[in-house]
Design a protein around this ligand. Structure first.
Ligand code: AMP
Ligand code: MG
Length: 194
């Protein structure tokens, strides 16, 4: 069974980019890591139920529907973790901005399935996030104000602190500044080598 690290970041922080760099660096150094994208597992599950949706539309559905997918995804991911050797990285979110307000990406029931030992918050300056959301034409990112992005960061940290209390996992904040995604990935890799 693999050791679990949760890598989170608000939309547009570049956490998936950092995870891809991490995967490349790990391969180069011969370290075995498996990256699981939580949103992709939720999408697969919704497709199995005959509901084909865009990944940026999941958060627009009712919280009860999202919770059904979220808990089912946690179950599926925990089965994958059980079969995996080496480090497992879960690319996900500390908090989701739903139509009903901020909602935990890792509530207690999900944490019990995943048992992470390390929580990583990928962060960037709000102005950088704004620009990344604006430029990314592959996604349907919410276009918001810089102050709202700052609020999303605060909420993610609050959720991370709660997860740390519930799991005993440590929380590491990793900056993903412009063109510094390799440095950010190296910082995470260093944590995995401990
Ligand atoms: P991403 O590609 O990482 O932005 O994820 C796509 C979408 O998947 C997010 O906007 C959320 O709606 C959903 N998602 C990802 N992780 C979680 C989670 N832990 N709990 C609930 N929804 C999640
Ligand atoms: Mg992503």
């Amino acid at each position: 069974m693999g050791r679990v690290t949760v890598v989170t970041g608000i939309p547009g922080t570049g956490k998936t980019t950092v995870c891809n760099e991490l995967s490349g660096l790990a391969k180069q150094s011969g370290k075995k890591i498996t990256i699981i994208n939580y949103g992709s597992v939720m999408l697969e599950l919704s497709q199995e139920r005959g509901k084909s949706i865009h990944r940026d539309e999941i958060r627009k559905f009712s919280v009860s529907f999202q919770h059904e997918l979220q808990i089912e995804a946690a179950r599926v991911i925990s089965q994958r973790i059980a079969k995996t050797e080496g480090d497992v990285i879960i690319d996900t979110h500390m908090s989701i901005k739903t139509n009903d307000g901020y909602w935990a990406g890792l509530p207690f029931d999900v944490l019990q399935f995943l048992s992470p030992s390390l929580l990583v918050l990928v962060e960037a300056e709000p102005c950088e996030v704004l620009l990344r959301r604006f430029r990314d034409i592959t996604r349907k990112r919410d276009k918001v104000l810089e102050s709202e992005i700052a609020e999303e960061f605060v909420f993610s940290r609050l959720m991370a602190a709660t997860c740390a209390v519930l799991t005993g996992a440590s929380v590491k904040i990793v900056k993903n500044s412009t063109r510094k995604q390799v440095e950010a990935a190296k910082e995470i890799l260093k944590l995995l080598e401990k």
